[in-house]
Ligand binder design. Structure first.
Ligand code: WTA
Length: 671
């Protein structure tokens, strides 16, 4: 734990005091409420018999090969087993059953490449392509229970690759394309993957950006590392840029699929069979492989997607802007929408290519009715000005979603007014990679929404706020967010490390899942999330570990010590700011502005190489000392004060109380 006070939250979060002044509330319109999938009685149904409620959802929203008879087995807590004696296939649920129901002609994906190329994929197309891919994987020796790493841009093939794994019962582990070769190597090794699916590259900011070289580097022999477990690399051709080729290992995706049959029988797996592993930053340097299984995960992904976004599969056009490299892309680009038979937009590129109205142009073009995005994107668009979205017809939008970090009331109001035409309900959805699906959110036809609050646990979910002694706080109080009952899409552990799973989530409060977020309850009992209370930063909605970036920095030969903090940032929520002490012989290098700039660049690039461009510190400050307590713990709170240009707070518990003066004096006047 760090010294962050849960009642004021992390630096990026709205402070308690600000939130107490937030009294605006927006009830759904009568028309919206009348037609909504989720009505108020959903809460009553769920609380009358929680397990029976989930069993009913699982039966209604998911098709089982063998029906389950047991809902929850919690005897192995904290590892849950949901619907454990049932069998099913995730790809069958996401694709085939819609074709069998006569909806094969329905568009599953409107793909839009960054350069403007488009592709329309129906459910019948998807069935053929996923079947081909499943046969191609099998031909390459991938078996049920194996792990496949996917390192792709946002393409139709990314969705197909994930579903092909699911179809044969192999777990996928998608690694975001913004991670480096080193990060990719450690994830491949941890998952012991036998196949990597990648592309020559993808389009970003108007230019092709290579991906394959990172895979080649990640698989190359490295001193001190075990030989790779990967036998083959399947390469999607997207940009047609030159690629190095390893004969016997590398296979073109299009050739493998062309050679494969488009008929494939999905493999029915047990409900608790692993569906995917997704790595996420924790409080230590080593990323955690969050494990999700099949039956419970699909149930909650489908349930939340239907009720939180009010999806009407026949008429809605849905768009979630998340990359499939993150959990939001797993649950709300791939599994939730497809299991529900939705029509969705998939966009490859950045929001400002070739112009800053690209997103709004896509919404107008495809008549998008449900948009799900992140506060950082909303704040960026807000900065670009109202006239940009104002130039497009956004009247098709009827539900707006937000995820990834607390949304400040100002951005919320802008989203509602400028994008939602002052009528579309906003659902601020709180959840995590670990929870698998949305946990806390308004229901758009029921809840009177409040700007900045995720408000209420969904029907079937038990969330509360507790104090240091695990006692629920009264309305108006602040503390830690916990989940007090198991839920279907909960993680089933950390891949290969059960102890770490118990220690991270279940050791803080007896019998309660500790989410790592500070929260408060307002006078109505609604929940407001206040940001992380541990050493995890949230930059543009992406989780980054301070420890991981510190380890990357000290692995550079000129760095003796490093401390990283997340400082409040208007656009990205938090920004990475690093404080470094240089090694003796290099200590003088930062004494001139040019020297300091050079050191900054060298270290930023180094972090980019070790972890990925997303982890590069925005600022690196060279300091003579770091503030530490007598037990040697770095006091990040004080560094955050410096990073945010505030007066430095109480430093009396420092081992050497003059350190902060040294730091601030040095920064104010570089010698
Ligand atoms: C934060 C993303 C406030 C939170 C789905 C959580 C949020 C972490 C919200 C998980 C929200 C996510 N309001 N904070 N609506 N949504 N968070 O694993 O700190 O990438 O613990 O999952 O993001 O990030 P992750």
């Amino acid at each position: 734990m760090t010294d962050t006070n849960p009642t004021t939250g992390s630096a990026a979060s709205p402070s308690l005091e600000n939130l107490l002044h937030e009294t605006r509330s927006f009830p759904p319109s009568e028309e919206f409420a009348a037609q909504a999938n989720a009505q108020a009685d959903l809460y009553e149904k769920a609380s009358a018999d929680r397990l029976e409620f989930w069993a009913a959802q699982a039966r209604e929203l998911v098709t089982w090969k063998t029906p389950f008879t047991e809902t929850l087995d919690w005897s192995g807590a904290p590892v849950a087993r949901w619907f454990a004696d049932g069998t099913l296939n995730a790809a069958y649920n996401a694709v085939d059953r819609h074709v069998e129901a006569g909806n094969g002609d329905r568009v599953a994906i409107h793909f839009e490449g960054e350069p403007g190329d488009t592709r329309t994929v129906t459910y019948a197309d998807l069935q053929r392509e996923v079947s081909r891919a499943a046969n191609a994987l099998t031909a390459l020796g991938v078996q049920t229970g194996d792990r496949v790493v996917i390192y792709l841009p946002m393409l139709v093939e990314s969705v197909v690759a994930m579903l092909a794994c699911a179809r044969i019962g192999a777990a996928h582990s998608v690694v975001f394309g913004g991670f480096s070769a080193d990060a990719l190597r450690s994830r491949i090794a941890d998952a012991e993957a036998t196949l990597v699916i990648t592309a020559d590259g993808g389009y970003r900011r108007g230019a092709p950006s290579a991906l394959k070289p990172a895979v080649d580097e990640a698989l190359a022999p490295k001193e001190g590392a075990d030989p790779t477990t990967v036998r083959n690399v399947l390469v999607v051709r997207r940009t047609e840029q030159d690629v190095d080729w390893v004969e016997g290992r590398d296979v073109w995706w299009h050739e493998a699929l062309a050679a494969a049959s488009d008929q494939h029988e999905p493999v029915a797996v047990e409900a608790e069979h692993p569906l995917f592993i997704l790595y996420t930053s924790g409080t230590t340097g080593k990323p955690k492989g969050i494990l999700h299984t099949t039956g419970g995960y699909l149930t909650q992904a489908a349930y939340t997607h239907k009720n939180v976004f009010d999806l009407k599969p026949e008429t809605d056009v849905y768009w979630c802007t998340a990359d499939v490299g993150w959990v939001t892309g797993h649950s709300y680009v791939v599994y939730g929408p497809l299991v529900n038979g939705a029509t969705q937009v998939l966009y490859e590129g950045t929001p400002d290519t070739p112009h800053r109205g690209r997103w709004w142009e896509l919404i107008e073009k495809y008549k998008v009715s449900i948009l799900y995005t992140a506060p950082t994107a909303i704040r960026t668009c807000m900065k670009w000005g109202d006239d940009i979205p104002g130039g497009f017809d956004l009247s098709s939008l009827r539900v707006l979603g937000s995820v990834g970090e607390p949304i400040n009331p100002e951005a919320w109001m802008w989203y509602r007014r400028v994008i939602g035409g002052d009528k579309a309900p906003i659902v601020d959805t709180w959840w995590q990679t670990e929870t698998g699906a949305i946990m806390i959110s308004p229901l758009p036809g029921v809840t009177a929404t409040k700007p900045g609050s995720a408000q209420v646990a969904l029907p079937g979910i038990a969330a509360t706020v507790v104090d240091d002694e695990a006692q629920p706080v009264p309305d108006g109080g602040g503390g830690y967010l916990v989940l007090s009952e198991p839920w279907p899409s909960m993680l089933r552990g950390i891949w290969g490390d059960l102890e770490r799973y118990k220690e991270t989530y279940w050791s803080r409060f007896d019998g309660l899942y500790f989410a790592g977020d500070g929260a408060k309850k307002d006078e109505d009992g609604d929940i407001w999330l206040l940001g992380r209370v541990d050493d995890v930063m949230n930059v543009s909605g992406h989780r980054l570990s301070t420890t991981e970036i510190e380890s990357a920095l000290v692995s550079h030969e000129i760095v003796a010590e490093a401390a990283v903090v997340g400082a409040a940032d208007d656009t990205t929520g938090q920004a990475v700011v690093a404080f470094v002490i240089l090694r003796g012989s290099h200590a003088g290098r930062a004494s001139t502005p040019e020297g300091a700039a050079e050191v900054q660049k060298e270290l930023r690039d180094h972090v980019g190489k070790e972890i990925g461009p997303i982890a590069k510190p925005k600022k690196i400050l060279v300091v003579p000392e770091l503030p530490k307590t007598r037990s040697g713990k770095i006091m990040r709170r004080l560094l955050r004060d410096v990073a945010e240009d505030r007066a430095v707070g109480d430093a009396t518990t420092l081992a050497d109380s003059s350190v902060m003066d040294l730091i601030t004096a040095g920064l104010a006047a570089p010698s």
